[in-house]
Write a protein that binds this ligand. Structure first.
Ligand SMILES: NC(=O)c1ccc[n+]([C@@H]2O[C@H](COP(=O)([O-])OP(=O)(O)OC[C@H]3O[C@@H](n4cnc5c(N)ncnc54)[C@H](O)[C@@H]3O)[C@@H](O)[C@H]2O)c1
Length: 291
């Protein structure tokens, strides 16, 4: 099976990044969302990212033009699914939403199409059970920011076929990514570790162990992490982080109980970079504002 047409469902933080690397790799890519505003924002993101890429010498003018011609947007999943060889779902980490999207994708896409989910935590077996093609359902877990992060975790469900994994590996390679295969377990490898470290940082902030800046600085310079756990939380989205923790708490136990301060931030609408305020404050271009 050769993949030509990719539909990416959800034009948020992840979906827009996935659509960007997909179009850049030459796939005919359509980004689907329920919000026109998100789709417009996502297209602008692609234009801006390509522009920055040219300035930094990462991209040629020609590649940028090709990318933007290969990238389309739509509000109609039923219509776009009809021509998709691969559908990558990147809607919020809520089971009921994932189920709705997977059911529509399954109902309207051609028989050969593969349905991949960018879920950070949810079982691919469960996702497969929402469709009539569980052998063609797989987790394709990208990292944020997608155009910079090298890895895709591929997680097979009970019924996922070897051919599905082979095709996803090939697509990932064309997108310039490395892959690892992970056995199904909540949180895979990366989300499980990242959720735990991020949650602990919130506990420390709440306990007054150090300021947010110093917690992040300590982890970066002392443990050689490229980003501090609190700034990473803001990048990922604190609501997304909280959703992951809730799921891991339910499936893996008490050590993943979300820190009360994190719950409070999300209640207050402090969702991180995307809302302009999380642990830190951000300006309109998403840059951190130092007070
Ligand atoms: N944020 C991260 O760093 C990160 C990293 C890896 C994986 N993930 C996973 O990726 C997925 C998406 O996360 P995100 O942070 O991009 O979310 P987000 O909230 O930024 O974006 C989600 C998008 O989905 C759209 N949407 C909602 N319902 C929809 C529907 N029925 N059909 C089409 N679009 C719909 C929303 O309008 C929004 O644009 C989640 O499963 C998350 O766990 C996130």
């Amino acid at each position: 099976m050769t993949v030509t047409n990719i539909a990416v469902v959800g034009a948020g933080v992840m979906g827009r990044g996935i659509a960007y690397v997909s179009a850049l790799a030459g796939f005919h890519t359509t980004l689907v969302d329920v919000s026109k505003e998100q789709l417009d924002d996502a297209y602008r993101f692609a234009e801006l990212t390509a522009e920055k890429g040219i300035k930094r010498g990462k991209l040629t003018e020609e590649q940028s033009i090709q990318l933007l011609t290969q990238l389309h947007t739509s509000l109609d999943l039923e219509d776009i699914a009809k021509n998709a060889d691969l559908i990558i779902e990147a809607v919020p980490e809520k089971q009921v939403l994932k189920q709705q999207v997977l059911e529509v994708a399954d109902q309207f896409s051609p028989q050969h199409a593969i349905i991949a989910s960018n879920t950070s935590t949810i079982s691919p077996t469960e996702l497969g059970s929402y469709t009539n093609r569980p052998e063609q359902v797989v987790v394709m877990h990208f990292f944020n920011p997608v155009h910079r992060m090298k890895l895709i975790e591929i997680v097979k469900g009970l019924e996922t076929g070897d051919e599905t994994v082979r095709v996803i590996e090939e697509v990932a390679k064309t997108m310039g990514k490395e892959t690892v295969q992970v056995n199904e377990f909540p949180g895979f490898v990366t989300s499980r570790i990242s959720a735990l470290v991020g949650n602990e940082a919130f506990h420390m902030l709440q306990e007054g162990v150090a300021s947010a800046e110093d917690i992040d600085k300590a982890i970066k310079l002392g443990l050689n992490y490229p980003m501090g756990p609190l700034e990473l939380g803001d990048l990922v989205g604190l609501d997304a982080r909280l959703n992951n923790l809730r799921y891991l708490h339910e499936t893996l136990g008490d050590k993943f109980r979300p820190a009360p301060l994190l719950e409070q931030y999300v209640k207050a609408g402090r969702l991180g970079r995307k809302s302009g305020r999380g642990v830190y404050d951000y300006n309109e271009s998403g840059e951190k504002v130092t007070k």
